[in-house]
Design a protein around this ligand. Sequence first.
Ligand SMILES: Cc1cc2nc3c(=O)[nH]c(=O)nc-3n(C[C@H](O)[C@H](O)[C@H](O)COP(=O)(O)O)c2cc1C
Length: 341
Amino acid sequence: MKTLTTPLCEILGITHPIIQDGMGTYNTASLAAAVSEAGGLGSASIPGMNIDPGKGASLLQKQIETIASRTSKPFAVNIPVGRISTGAMLPTSEAYLSMVIREKQNGNPGFRKLAAITTSAGFPNEYSDKIHGAGLLHIHKVGSVKHARKAVEKGVDIIIASGYEMGGHTHANPVHTMILAPQVIQAVDVPGVISGGIADGAGLAAVLAMGGAGVAMGTRFIATEENDWNENYKRMIVNAQEGSDRVITGVYGPARFLYTRAIDELKELENSGQYTESELASWKDQRMQLSMETGNVEEGLVPSGQVACAIREIVRISEFLPGMAHDAASLLKNAYSLVKQ
Ligand SMILES: Cc1cc2nc3c(=O)[nH]c(=O)nc-3n(C[C@H](O)[C@H](O)[C@H](O)COP(=O)(O)O)c2cc1C
């Protein structure tokens, strides 16, 4: 098997330059442990933004401890940073960040192999020094060159640039991966990781050929054996066609889902004018859990990237991850043979 190593592997202590990106509100403990065990970087995901902050932080702490009990390899935690109209950080984001920093600093054994916090949505100005102070790397996810530059100025160690085709919450200004990736990679002097629409070795090879340091994926990792998603959800991904995805208002901005009846139901609720934003957000959270836990994918919401239409089988991460790196290495070798000196 051919393999690859990039600055991302060195900085994170991983074998393959492949990150499993955060997928809240789902518990990704099993998935993250499997990805890290297979040589990538798994990530814990938040249990939600509309949850009691103390309860949310305690659930996330348990998730991190569970990952640590299943792998001795490095992993990360994803924390979206929301703000209220005054500019203050959302209490949930604040609770997640302060819990992770506190437990890492206190030497909680479950946090020893936690290598990085990946922030997304907003930038955690108030916490960037504290993240480094706790001995954690700071990865920040952006959807524009401007935000990538700003984050690097503020000292982040790794940038993830995700294009509009990504699953779950996506960006308000739609810039697709193929436009965003080369620009962000050129604009920053830290390892640039690309996500949104990547599912195989070809995607990884393309990113490395552009000078990127690796890829991050969400949707591809749902259609795998080693996670807690209901089989019906996984099947919906492998059966998705071009045009199966929709962008609707998610819990905190636009979000991409596969089309199900729940999307029509949601529109009716929104148009009725009878529900507050917070009530609608809880409804969405519940319907997302319904599809993942019970497999009721018609009444449930099914967050997924557009790349679902290119995913055709449910794979085993322990084989898929090294295979993806091998495919990328072979494609890069073939591409190199085109170079004439
Ligand atoms: C089910 C699901 C939930 C997600 N939840 C989060 C989240 O909590 N935080 C975040 O930063 N991104 C979230 N995302 C986006 C992923 O982290 C990742 O950027 C995205 O899936 C990459 O695009 P892809 O789906 O084409 O691989 C989510 C994506 C999915 C599919």
